[in-house]
Design a protein around this ligand. Structure first.
Ligand code: HEM
Length: 537
């Protein structure tokens, strides 16, 4: 037998074995698998490539909602995955009897850089998580926020002075601002101070602005891995690391600079994340990089920098398209406070119930984390009774999730889901127990997730969003910039997985949301703005 013949017969045997393996695997998944009777897209039952493909196109949140409309409230969305679209399923896992039994699923491991180094976001061991959460949580408690507020306010004032510049510009195009950028820069500047007391200065200098793009690419890659874990073996990041001056390399260098700058100061120099966590989070065996502090920083910066800016961009979008809501909110802010400087965290700001309702409604319609957060029964769960989610007994090894975007647009909880209606959050104040009442819709509000793995920075997010919105409306008026479509045209002709309506702020899902716009035109309100310029015109 010639060499070529030998080679081709080996090739044919390998191909046959592969085809038989796939046939057996797919046959098992369709005919014998414990999830076989659940409805769902056929390809998703065979392989995670279905979700992986839509993650690649940034539309997985839209497609998941569309599929729920077709297949119902529980569907098989991967060989071992079930996704639910009900408040009962969402509230089910943080219920006391469940919370100790459930943890983040295996897929979060794809976000680890080293096998045994975890951060608060991806750690799966519950005892280890409790410890990390306690340390990280200290930096973002309501009490810590009170001492951090002056730093946050100083950054917000930079933002407001830039808005003033735009409002006073001569030409229409200069007066128009694409709000995605200033909100991203503000978000990162604030979280840079909160993490390591570090002035990232994205608002005033473009040297570090690449972090926004670097984190968006990083999240996109990780989201792909989370949806289609097989892709992880491609190790794209190793290739990216070879690119001199690539975004990932620059991001890592910047984080190293931030940590080193903070290490050079006294621990007590400021009340930042480092202050609270430095004694427990040390350098790794390989030095600073990949140590605990490093891995926490890699997560903390986008967690705090990207999310709140999405909440603000979508809120400003909806306010600029809903004049009645805009007027009501202005009235609340402008009658509650006596000056812009008077707008601070505390009972008065917390008492602005319409403001809070507007923020919640924006978070509902355009959630900064729009996807499915996968959970699994903890590997060391000592209980013998089954894990039940919304009446379904979950077979062992199954990953379960609720898609935040789909739940937030579920008409059962949010009638007319593509309309911006802050009133829905106020309407049922007297009907706390009722299904359609406040308690009912709060149960289906998942923007911050819930339970022990819910967002640690929720208090900070509300403070930041409230201060920015209230102070902007104190000094300025704004409207949608003429000639800019923003949300319009979101429906793609012939496609059924487009965004729901023309009035929706378009988000793209890369685990966090990315977006563009809204484009707004600002006007100063009377001469209140002089407070920002020290009295100068
Ligand atoms: C509107 C703004 C925000 C939204 C919508 C949001 C949403 C979320 C969500 C959905 C999770 C759960 C992720 C998962 O299960 O995989 C989460 C986790 C987390 N968030 Fe936020 N977040 C926001 C702002 C912030 C801020 C400002 C910080 C801190 C500076 C922060 C810190 C964290 C941390 C530390 C976790 C991990 C919690 C844990 O696993 O124990 N977040 N966030």
């Amino acid at each position: 037998m010639g060499f070529a013949t030998l080679l081709s017969s080996i090739g044919a045997s390998v191909a046959t074995v592969f085809v038989l393996y796939c046939a057996a695997l797919f046959g098992y998944r369709i005919l014998l698998h414990p999830l076989r009777s659940y409805p769902g897209p056929f390809l998703a039952k065979l392989s995670d490539s279905y979700a992986g493909f839509y993650a690649l196109t940034w539309r997985l949140h839209l497609v998941t909602r569309r599929d729920h409309l077709k297949y119902g409230p529980v569907m098989r969305y991967g060989p071992n995955r079930l996704v639910f679209n009900s408040a009962a399923a969402f509230r089910g896992w943080p219920m006391p009897m469940h919370s100790e039994r459930v943890t983040k699923s295996e897929v979060y491991r794809v976000t680890q850089q080293l096998e045994n180094v975890y951060n608060v976001f991806n750690v799966r061991d519950r005892a280890e998580h409790r410890l990390k959460r306690k340390l990280i949580g200290r930096a973002v408690t309501e009490q810590s926020m009170r001492s951090f507020e002056p730093t946050m306010t100083a950054q917000i004032e930079i933002f407001l002075r830039q808005v003033l510049q735009a409002a006073q510009a001569r030409t229409t195009s200069e007066r128009m601002v694409n709000m995605t950028q200033p909100f991203k820069y503000l978000g990162y500047d604030i979280v840079g101070h909160l993490a390591f007391g570090y002035p990232l200065k994205l608002q005033t200098d473009d040297s570090n602005r690449f972090v926004v793009k670097a984190n968006a690419y990083g999240n996109f890659r990780l989201n792909m891995y989370m949806q289609w874990p097989l892709l992880r073996h491609l190790r794209i990041e190793s290739v990216l690391d070879l690119l001199p001056n690539g975004l990932r390399v620059r991001l890592f260098n910047l984080i190293e600079t931030m940590i080193k700058a903070r290490l050079a100061q006294d621990k007590d120099a400021r009340r930042d994340l480092f202050f609270y966590a430095a004694d427990d989070f040390r350098e790794g065996n390989d030095g600073l990089r990949l140590g605990n502090l490093w891995t926490e920083a890699i997560f903390f910066l986008p967690a705090g920098g990207d999310t709140t800016s999405t909440a603000l961009a979508s809120l400003f979008f909806y306010l600029s398209r809903n004049p009645v809501c805009y007027a009501k909110l202005c009235d609340e802010i402008r009658t509650t406070f006596r000056s812009g400087a008077d707008i601070r965290g505390g009972p008065q700001l917390a008492g602005c119930s319409y403001l809070r309702a507007c923020i919640d409604e924006a978070l509902r319609m355009s959630p900064p984390v729009p996807g499915t957060l996968w959970r699994q029964l903890a590997y060391d769960d000592p209980h013998t009774e089954p894990w039940v989610v919304d009446g379904h007994v979950i077979p062992s090894g199954t990953e379960v999730g609720v898609n935040i975007y789909a739940l937030h647009h579920n008409e059962e909880y949010f009638p007319d889901p593509f309309s911006f209606k802050p009133e829905r959050w106020l309407a049922a104040n007297d009907d706390r127990g009722g299904e359609s009442g406040k308690a009912g819709i709060h149960n289906a509000f998942a923007a911050f997730s819930a339970g022990p793995r819910g967002c640690a920075g929720k208090a900070m997010a509300y403070l930041e969003a409230s201060l920015v919105t209230a102070r902007t409306l104190w000094y300025f008026d704004f409207e949608a910039a003429p000639g800019r479509a923003d949300g319009k045209g979101a429906r793609t002709r012939g496609r059924t997985d487009g965004h729901g309506s023309e009035g929706e702020f378009r988000l793209y899902d890369v685990f966090i949301s990315i977006h563009n716009g809204p484009h707004l035109a600002f006007r100063t309100r009377g001469d209140y703005y002089r407070e920002l310029t020290g009295g100068e015109l």
